[in-house]
Write a protein of this length. Structure first.
Length: 279
């Protein structure tokens, strides 16, 4: 794509022309070209950065429509990707559309008929929004956490009776939830509002317990669990010290150390986690 290959000066000079074309495409009736337009808009947003703000009111109706198009999973997933890219590009300015976007993402996650592959990126997008808007995410915290906690309770069952595809999905889902938890904590901490996460520490640890008990985990979800526990310890401090002394956390760090033979980053993160918990 020309936007990806072109320099920022070129893109900056012609950004209005690009957006005029993309909006015309989005006004067409073919959903397949909508996906291409969304991808192009993501590329443009990454290049333009915070200055992309002026286009947001124009693309918002199409973005929300894409997020709510749950019957066409590929369109919804592409719109979710745009949401993450806009959060990164706009930073706090994503708040201008975050009410409607968060609501659409929660509807996606709460709909049992939705293609399951849309759910991990939708969860990631919520975390991206949290990182972008900081303490202002507190207004969504309860509703978002209720949906994520419900998703975290899904059980794979016996690993030996599950298909490889099921195992991979559950690991991806759980990793996305853990990473979202970390993003939410860090976002809140930007405005010294991380204490609002305290009521959600027990279900966070419960997810770690479930991951360990089902024994179908991969290194990605174990690494994410270690980082999330570290974030709980470092951002919430003495208020969570007792719960982090539980056998669940000790078992997680033991597994992480065993996994570290094939992943040195997990070993490093596990060592950091131990030191952080110890205070």
């Amino acid at each position: 794509m020309i936007i990806q290959r072109a320099g920022s000066d070129f893109v900056g000079k012609f950004k209005d022309n690009f957006m005029t074309i993309f909006l015309k495409v989005l006004n067409s009736s073919a959903s397949t070209v909508h996906e291409e337009a969304f991808l192009a808009i993501s590329s443009l947003a990454r290049q333009v950065g915070p200055d992309f703000e002026k286009y947001v009111p124009h693309i918002k109706p199409f973005l929300i429509k894409g997020l709510e198009n749950l019957r066409e999973a590929s369109v919804a997933k592409t719109a979710i990707g745009v949401t993450s890219d806009l959060s990164s590009a706009l930073g706090p300015k994503i708040a201008m559309i975050s009410d409607d976007v968060v609501n659409a993402l929660l509807k996606c996650l709460s709909d049992g008929s939705v293609d399951q592959d849309t759910k991990p990126p939708a969860i990631q997008a919520l975390g991206d929004i949290a990182m972008a808007i900081g303490g202002r995410f507190e207004r969504y915290l309860r509703s978002v956490m209720m949906v994520l906690i419900e998703a975290s309770k899904q059980r794979l069952g016996r690993a030996d009776a599950a298909s490889l595809e099921q195992i991979e999905f559950f690991n991806e889902l759980r990793q996305s939830i853990l990473e979202a938890y970390s993003s939410i904590m860090h976002g809140l901490s930007m405005d010294k509002a991380q204490e609002h996460y305290l009521p959600f520490v027990p279900p966070t640890i419960a997810l770690v317990d479930l991951i360990i008990s089902e024994a179908s985990f991969d290194s990605g979800v174990i690494g994410a669990a270690v980082v999330t526990v570290t974030d709980v310890a470092s951002l919430l401090g003495s208020a969570v010290r007792e719960i982090l002394q539980s056998p669940v956390i000790a078992k997680l760090l033991e597994i992480a150390s065993q996994t570290a033979s094939s992943n040195s980053r997990i070993l490093r993160d596990a060592q950091i986690c131990k030191r952080t918990i110890a205070g």
